[in-house]
Design a protein around this ligand. Structure first.
Ligand SMILES: Nc1ncnc2c1ncn2[C@@H]1O[C@H](COP(=O)(O)OP(=O)(O)O)[C@@H](O)[C@H]1O
Ligand SMILES: [Mg+2]
Length: 113
């Protein structure tokens, strides 16, 4: 079981989500945040008023818990739908997860599908 954190352009969120959902990955968390990079591309992005010293701009972090077998397919789906080829396309981080518990029921394990 792994936790994927994908930092993507805000305007790519809908495409990424629709594709993941179509492929059966329904459960994920969206986090609105601001980020910066060495060669940030601010074209069509809104420069932050909150962190102007860092040239920070809005990015969406998608957090999605997946089984080990789904890590590669989900990464490919995110890449395919979030990529422009320009600076600022973002990053995907994969971290191991020991346990996950659903709150509503006694279910334990992968909860992303
Ligand atoms: N090493 C990192 N740690 C945390 N967030 C990162 C990292 N690299 C990229 N990001 C996130 O991805 C966004 C786009 O980064 P990136 O594609 O590397 O842009 P750039 O091409 O401008 O360096 C950043 O604004 C940030 O939110
Ligand atoms: Mg970078």
């Amino acid at each position: 079981m792994k936790l994927l954190k994908a930092f993507i352009r805000r305007r790519k969120t809908e495409d990424v989500f629709n594709t993941l959902k179509k492929e059966g990955f329904h459960s994920m968390t969206f986090v609105e945040c601001e980020g910066t990079g060495r060669y940030s591309d601010h074209e069509k992005e809104h420069i932050s008023e909150k962190y102007p010293y860092a040239d920070a701009y809005k990015v969406i972090k998608i957090e999605i818990l997946v089984s080990d077998a789904h890590v590669d397919p989900v990464i490919q789906l995110i890449r395919k739908n979030a990529r422009t080829g320009y600076s600022g396309d973002g990053l995907i981080i994969v971290s191991p997860v020991d346990e996950a518990y659903k709150i509503r029921s006694d279910e334990k394990g992968i909860l992303s599908i």
